[in-house]
Design a binder for this molecule. Structure first.
Ligand code: SF4
Ligand code: SF4
Length: 441
């Protein structure tokens, strides 16, 4: 069986972002293979833990992929401040004799964004709306590489490591089965320490806010690496809770066209054609405009609205809406040329992680986490679509008994989706086209 088939059968998807099915990334020879260990969301530390404690598996996964995609140049991107992680990786590389170099990067946001990372490592700009693969580059998160190594031993992805922090009694990393709920994760971290709270599924910059009541039923999947509990009065909760209509109204009255959002936009700074201030202006004016189409190149990093804008305007949310409308209308980027990033004074426009944490009012919460709590809940809700692509089709029915690792959702290898497996032993209690619920016993 070849590596692609092993990865497909294990249901591996990108562990650090949108959950792209990994076997679809490795279909042709490339010139660069980059392991992404430059986790950049504030407070999130799951990848760091895996680099410290499972470096040998990460390097084994990297070598398996390197052999499968034409033996390209191999780089593991970490951060200069990751001393013990880099040491563990160095030792694993040397023991395995793998020709990989480690590139420690500076601690700015969003250094772990695929497009920014490709620019940092190769000096190449991914075309707006394109993929690193268009340049002969494959980027894989370090946790994904670990999962690839386990796939070579026929172990499907049934668990994940999630950072649970913020206003909780015992911030920690939770080793959870796929499909554990937000409620389970928060309880594993000792429960919330404030009476009125909300929770972010994912990192503070790119995650989704849920109310305390809603998070109880939110399932956490293979690509979910964090849950952050914040007081309901926290500025991030207030910002994310604002309805889109209110954000549009704010943009009309408050945007002063200072262009600071564009000055700091990481995609603009690597030479892509995205100018959020112009997107906001075009939306404010109404009608069609070439500037609107540029929103398709937005990477949704959130820097423009959560750090750059002095007026509380939300260029990212506006770009997201514009993107949805353009895609629904079948529009695509007409100009995918890139500029020279040298013209943007990029070095002086980086936003350091420490600045971001201060600005987001997150300085009181811990970031360096080394305590792991294993979670084994009585029930899980497993989504049949764990990331981008088609949902898997249920392979079980109510009343079936399953064991950890049994296949419960199927897609063909050629489809843009990933297989789904049982994450606990037990009985299938509910099956819908979207989820399979399992109860232990
Ligand atoms: S930073 Fe804010 S105020 Fe300035 S142009 Fe962008 S959206 Fe408008
Ligand atoms: S969210 Fe804002 S800063 Fe980030 S890529 Fe999009 S426009 Fe640029």
């Amino acid at each position: 069986m070849d590596l692609l088939e092993q990865i497909y059968l294990a249901g591996v998807i990108g562990a650090g972002g949108a959950g792209f099915p990994t076997h679809h990334k490795l279909t042709r020879p490339v010139q660069w293979l980059i392991a992404n260990g430059a986790e950049c969301e504030p407070l999130v530390a799951s990848g760091r833990y895996n680099m410290r404690h499972s470096a040998d598996q990460i390097v084994a996964g990297l070598e398996a992929v390197r052999q499968a995609v034409g033996r390209p140049r191999c780089v593991i991107a970490t951060k200069a401040k990751y001393g013990s992680e880099t040491e563990a990786l160095r030792s694993a590389i040397s023991q395995a004799g793998v020709p990989a170099e480690i590139r420690p990067l500076e601690d700015f946001y969003p250094v772990g964004d695929e497009h920014v990372l490709v620019y940092e490592i190769t000096g190449l700009t991914v075309p707006p709306g394109g993929l690193p693969l268009d340049l002969g580059v494959v980027v894989l998160n370090v946790t994904t590489l670990m999962n690839i190594h386990q796939a070579t031993m026929s172990q499907p992805v049934t668990r994940h490591l999630a950072t649970v922090t913020g206003s909780v009694a015992a911030p920690c990393l939770v080793d959870a089965p796929v499909g554990a709920t937000g409620d389970d994760l928060i309880r594993a971290a000792g429960g919330a320490t404030v009476s009125a709270w909300a929770a972010i599924q994912g990192g503070p910059m790119m995650g989704r806010v849920h109310s305390a009541a809603a998070i109880k039923q939110v399932d956490f999947g293979k690509a979910d690496s964090a849950l952050i509990v914040l007081p309901a009065s926290h500025r991030l909760v207030g910002f994310y809770d604002q309805p889109y209509e209110a954000q549009l109204a704010d943009a009309k009255t408050a945007c002063i066209q200072c262009a600071r959002c564009t000055d700091l936009c990481p995609r603009f700074l690597i030479g892509q054609r995205i100018r959020p201030h112009r997107v906001v202006r075009a939306v404010n004016r109404g009608g069609d405009s070439a500037d609107l189409v540029d929103a398709l190149a937005c990477g949704q990093c959130g820097l423009c609205e959560l750090f750059a804008c002095p007026q509380g305007v939300a260029p990212r949310q506006i770009s997201r809406q514009v993107k949805q409308q353009l895609r629904a209308a079948g529009r695509s980027l007409t100009d995918v040329r890139v500029r020279s990033a040298q013209t943007t004074d990029r070095q002086n426009r980086r936003v350091w992680q420490s600045q971001l944490i201060e600005r987001l009012d997150l300085a009181d919460y811990p970031t360096a986490l080394d305590k792991v709590v294993r979670l084994d809940p009585d029930q899980v809700i497993i989504r049949l679509s764990q990331g981008v692509g088609s949902a898997a089709r249920p392979e079980v029915k109510s009343g079936d008994q399953v064991k950890v690792g049994d296949l419960i959702g199927w897609v063909d290898q050629s489809e843009a989706g990933a297989l789904v497996h049982a994450s606990i032993d037990g009985r299938v209690s509910q099956v819908t086209p979207a989820v399979v619920k399992l109860e232990s016993g």
